[in-house]
Design a protein around this ligand. Structure first.
Ligand SMILES: NC(=O)c1ccc[n+]([C@@H]2O[C@H](COP(=O)([O-])OP(=O)(O)OC[C@H]3O[C@@H](n4cnc5c(N)ncnc54)[C@H](OP(=O)(O)O)[C@@H]3O)[C@@H](O)[C@H]2O)c1
Length: 472
């Protein structure tokens, strides 16, 4: 078999061998990453958490992810110190956990992180004196009540977000760290967010995303600082989890394949404690992250902006939608410069409006779409020929980059399916049935530079066009 393969190889044209070699390297790289992911996510045994110490402290433990963490840690045999703002809720959670895990000792500390944090943290220091606190879950976190432009956010609201997410996490870490240093062991888990790490931007929740970016950097740097003290610091990065917070900001009421229940999320998260300095513990979240990486940044930016304005898919093709959603009844002047873009979008919009009634949408999206349709169609604008050309070019670039992304995702998925289905192994590469897959792999990898250039150009063109209209 091997001589036949070698003979087959030597009879191939050199350009194909070169492309195949690049494709094979790319295939190898992807295969190793996939195997590593499978191992880390499903097969790697969790660490023995009791080795870090017999107590775990969890902040924001009366609801959502924090409460689920507390239960999972009790299941692992750890005693708990739970911290949250509401004393009655803390008592209820404590009783619930003790009903299921009667041998767990639980201390409760009522602390409002948006109040006097210094006094609260002194309380924590007093309570944990003499306790072997091996695990800290810095989970407490808040966000805006709903999607908002930065200039619309009440100062008290965003100051509270900074206080709870950033000051709270930092000060509790400092309070617990000194004991860990003395004992030379400990694990600190800071709950970050996909808002800061998975997507390139998180418009309309800007301060929240910024505080979570801080959490990410804090964790990574502390991990390096304290590794040699035997302390593992980690930033865990959840995407959507079905909790109270998410039902408020994203109108998500139920769990689904990509939006786990807090208990399922925490079960996966506890398995990862003590490993990589940054991780996405839930398997479906890491898949989402992987697909997000295949998309160009401008597309993800538009998508985020449109989701938070409630008109999702439509805004990707028609970037002016979200501005108009915001301008109804307020600050129209700022967006008036973008009027020219309407012309270019009208084509898509008129088609969309025809199919719009047949697309399943959530309540708020239907409302936004109806308002936008009423606002935008029909209209006519007096535009110069030059303005039209700029508008259409802008629009064309967006459509092309969107289509390109779809093609990329589809072709990648297609070749992956082909590979799995046909047990694609290197020495059978050159049978004619595999040529097509091989070429796709090769092209995918060798076209990478070209793609980057195109995307940079697209980005530049979009940016320039928007600035042009705003300045007009
Ligand atoms: N859910 C998601 O999709 C998601 C995604 C990415 C990241 N995260 C992060 O995960 C963490 C937990 O989120 P979650 O969805 O579980 O939130 P959640 O359901 O709203 O629960 C938040 C917890 O924090 C407590 N809390 C809120 N404000 C507080 C304050 N000022 N002082 C003390 N405790 C306070 C709440 O207490 P009460 O019971 O009194 O309300 C509750 O126990 C947050 O850091 C969040 O940013 C969540």
């Amino acid at each position: 078999m091997i001589p036949a393969c070698i003979h087959h190889l030597t009879t191939q044209p050199s350009w194909l061998l070169f492309l195949s070699f690049i494709g094979f390297l790319s295939f190898l790289k992807h295969s190793i990453s996939i195997l590593k992911w499978v191992f880390i996510t499903f097969l790697r045994p969790p660490k023995n958490l009791k080795k870090y110490g017999s107590w775990a402290l969890v902040t924001g433990a009366t609801d959502g992810i924090g409460k689920a963490f507390a239960r999972q840690l009790a299941r692992k045999g750890l005693n708990l110190i739970i911290v949250s703002r509401n004393y009655d809720k803390l008592r209820t959670v404590s009783k619930e956990i003790q009903a299921d895990f009667p041998y767990t000792q639980i201390k409760i500390i009522p602390l409002d992180f948006s109040g006097n944090i210094s006094a609260g943290v002194r309380l924590i220091e007093d309570e944990i004196k003499g306790l072997d606190v091996g695990i800290l879950i810095n989970n407490v976190g808040i966000t805006y009540p709903s999607a908002m432009y930065f200039h619309e956010v009440d100062e008290k609201v965003w100051m509270n977000i900074v206080k709870v997410n950033l000051e709270g996490t930092t000060m509790v870490t400092k309070a617990v760290l000194s004991g860990m240093i003395q004992r030379k062991r400990g694990a600190i888990v800071n709950i970050g967010s996909g808002a800061a790490i998975v997507v390139p931007s998180h418009p309309l929740f800007t301060i929240y995303a910024a505080t979570k970016a801080y959490i990410d950097k804090l964790s990574k740097s502390l991990d390096v600082e304290y590794k040699h003290y035997g302390i593992d610091v980690q930033c865990q990065v959840p995407l959507y989890v079905a909790t109270k917070m998410v039902s408020k900001v994203a109108a998500i009421e139920r769990s689904s394949l990509f939006i786990p229940l807090a208990d399922d999320y925490a079960e996966a998260a506890v398995r990862q404690i003590g490993y990589e300095a940054r991780c996405t513990p839930y398997w479906a979240h890491s898949l989402q992250w992987c697909f997000a990486r295949l998309l160009p940044e401008p597309l993800l930016d538009s998508w985020r902006l449109s989701i938070d304005n409630g008109c999702e898919f439509f805004s990707i093709l028609c970037p002016g939608f979200h501005q108009r959603a915001q301008t109804q009844g307020q600050s129209l002047d700022f967006y008036i410069g973008l009027e020219g873009l309407r012309e270019a979008e009208s084509l898509t919009l008129s088609v969309m409006c025809k199919i719009f009634p047949y697309i399943p949408m959530r309540g708020n999206q239907v409302k936004v779409m109806s308002e936008l349709s009423a606002l935008c169609v029909p209209y006519s604008l007096e535009l110069s020929a030059f303005q039209r050309v700029v508008s259409f070019t802008y629009y064309l670039v967006r459509v092309v980059s969107f289509t390109y992304s779809l093609v990329r995702v589809v072709s990648f998925t297609y070749s992956l399916v082909g590979v799995v289905r046909d047990s694609y192994i290197p020495f059978t590469l050159f049978s004619s049935a595999h040529y097509f897959q091989l070429t796709i792999f090769s092209l995918l990898s060798s076209a990478y530079c070209l793609q980057l250039t195109l995307l940079s150009l697209a980005y530049y063109a979009q940016d320039a066009a928007v600035r042009y209209w705003v300045e007009l």
